[in-house]
Ligand binder design. Structure first.
Ligand code: ATP
Length: 311
């Protein structure tokens, strides 16, 4: 869906994006992570033909960009650096204007158009917003309106730059559910973010930029490989400790981390030994650990998994 080769952007002496080979596949929810200033926005802008690459090649839907922009971009919904909207007009009127400029009058009758706009307003949770002018909207509401505009074309691919910026925790949750629902219905989603937790919770594949270079690109599942330990919860940790002599590496109340790569085998051993087990799960590495390992000094500027952005 999105492929780049050696994508590079230089602003004078600043190498903003440095030889990036992106590979975003159909059906992905692809999380494009990186600290502030790592080059995410510049990359997104190049993908959409808003900024010309210094060197390198870009393909969207197997067509070279920006040459095929007129054919390709109608299939792409975008939200880049905050949505543009007329502040004195309502959300609906803004969407009507965008819709009218995107589709010919012959293709869409007034009723179809109204239904389409009702549909996207509903999808992004702005259905009850009425005639309030957009200038009275919070940043989060504007962000939703931007997504509604992106959805008008029923895009095959969504390219979103920090889509949860300015949203409160509830708004983030809703945006995540919405993007996952769109993905389940067949839309490929590419989103940039500086929040690990956001990417970890919703993405199938991850790319990490570190000072312009793509230092990680893989499926989340592959990145979060098992550590070789199993987490055991038991109401009788003393019995478990005695049975698993030497294999328990950490203990926190009823929770034990046991050197054991196969939870089923461990469970059988505990049951045979008469130790009650209330929970058992293979421990996986966190995305944060993987990223810290693979990035240089800039990596600690990617926000940790427990941070929540403010409204
Ligand atoms: P943020 O999350 O803060 O937007 P980012 O990862 O999107 O960060 P970019 O905005 O792509 O990063 O910026 C990457 C680098 O390129 C930065 O050093 C930035 O200062 C520089 N840069 C971006 N746009 C320009 C420009 N138009 N002229 C000069 N330098 C630029």
């Amino acid at each position: 869906m999105i492929r780049t080769q050696g994508l590079t952007k230089r602003y004078g002496s600043v190498l903003a994006v440095d030889g990036v080979d992106l590979d975003v596949r159909e059906g992905d929810v692809y999380g494009f992570l990186g600290a502030n200033g790592s080059g995410k926005t510049t990359t997104v802008r190049m993908l959409l033909g808003l900024v010309l690459a210094t060197t390198g090649a870009i393909e969207l839907f197997d067509e070279a960009m920006p040459r095929a922009a007129a054919r390709v971009l109608p299939r792409v919904g975008t939200l880049v650096e905050g949505p543009a909207a007329y502040g004195h007009l309502s959300a609906r009127t803004n969407l009507e204007l965008i819709d009218a400029s995107a589709t010919s009058a012959g293709r869409a009758g007034r009723r179809t158009r109204k239904a389409r706009i009702d549909g996207v307003l509903e999808q992004v949770g702005l259905a009850g917003i009425g005639k309030r002018p957009v200038k009275a909207f919070s940043l989060g509401m504007r962000q939703r309106l931007g997504l509604a505009a992106a959805l008008l074309r029923r895009p095959d691919l969504l390219i979103l730059d920090e889509p949860t910026n300015g949203l409160d925790p509830q708004g983030i949750h809703e945006m995540r559910d919405l993007l996952l629902a769109l993905n389940a219905a067949g839309t490929t989603v590419f989103l940039s973010s500086h929040l690990l937790s956001e990417v970890e919770q919703m993405c199938t594949r991850v790319g990490v930029l570190d000072r312009g270079r793509l230092v990680v690109q893989d499926s989340l599942h592959a990145l979060r490989a098992p550590t070789g330990r199993t987490e055991v919860r038991t109401p009788d940790p003393t019995a478990a400790l005695a049975l698993l002599d030497g294999r328990v590496e950490e203990r926190d109340g009823e929770r034990l981390l046991v050197r054991a790569p196969d939870p089923a085998e461990l469970n059988a051993l505990l049951v045979r030994g008469g130790v009650p087990v209330s929970g058992l799960a293979l421990e996986r590495r966190s995305l944060e650990e993987v990223i810290l390992e693979r990035t240089s000094a800039g990596a600690d500027r990617v926000d940790g998994p427990h941070q929540v952005v403010g409204p």
